[in-house]
Design a protein around this ligand. Structure first.
Ligand SMILES: *[C@@H]1O[C@H](CO)[C@@H](O)[C@H](O)[C@H]1NC(C)=O
Length: 196
């Protein structure tokens, strides 16, 4: 008799503990099963570091094999002094030096669009997909405003993949050369990025 009473109260105590622990978890807003808190080391993260990359971005709009193609525009785009509304998809080579023949280190893949009616201001949305050395296969994502006639344009690095997981930083673009006849442009990109 006394033994079973003891058993019963022990059992209710355990049940109470179980309910309390669940209540506690809920109070922390922690859903069960699909989320957990882990340490950065659990996914191999060590010291965060800052890297600087200097690359040359080649926007080739002319010739038989352009790396930058017009895919969309508004009816008014061609009469707009800023080509407002144009959208170009790019797969632009990124090289170590300003010459297209210098070492290819990656490609800038994405698009840009003229999003200013009063001056030449672009929205840039692109992944810098690296192809060289340990960076091969890793990407840096840049999304920002490129006011092309400003000497140095700054755009945010909003993320990355591979070696650039958790990336944050900024890119500074400055025009190296523009061929006024063809429209081809070479732009120097200096990227400062925190990553692991
Ligand atoms: C980069 O990775 C790809 C796919 O894994 C591979 O085919 C290519 O040879 C690599 N390039 C360099 C320069 O290591």
């Amino acid at each position: 008799m006394a033994e079973s009473l003891l058993m019963k109260s022990a059992l209710s105590f355990i049940v109470l503990l179980f309910i309390l622990s669940n209540l506690e978890a809920d109070a922390e807003g922690k859903p069960h099963g699909f989320s957990r808190v882990i340490s950065p080391a659990a996914i191999g993260l060590k010291e965060e570091k800052l890297s600087h990359f200097r690359l040359y971005w080649h926007d080739i709009v002319s010739g038989s094999n352009p790396s930058s193609i017009r895919v969309a525009a508004a009816p008014s785009t061609d009469t707009s002094p800023t080509q407002f509304g144009i959208v170009r998809v790019i797969d632009d080579p990124l090289t170590e030096g300003p010459e297209l023949s210098s070492k290819l280190v990656g490609r800038a893949q994405g698009f840009y669009t003229s999003s200013s009616q009063s001056d030449l201001g672009l929205l840039m949305a692109m992944n810098f997909a690296f192809m060289e050395g340990k960076y091969n296969g890793s990407t840096i994502t840049i999304l920002g405003r490129n006011h092309v006639f400003t000497k140095v344009r700054e755009m945010p690095v909003i993320g990355g993949s591979g070696l650039f997981r958790f990336a944050r930083g900024y890119a500074q673009a400055s025009t190296h050369t523009v061929d006024l006849k063809t429209g081809d442009a070479i732009v120097e990109y200096n990227i400062y990025v925190f990553h692991y």
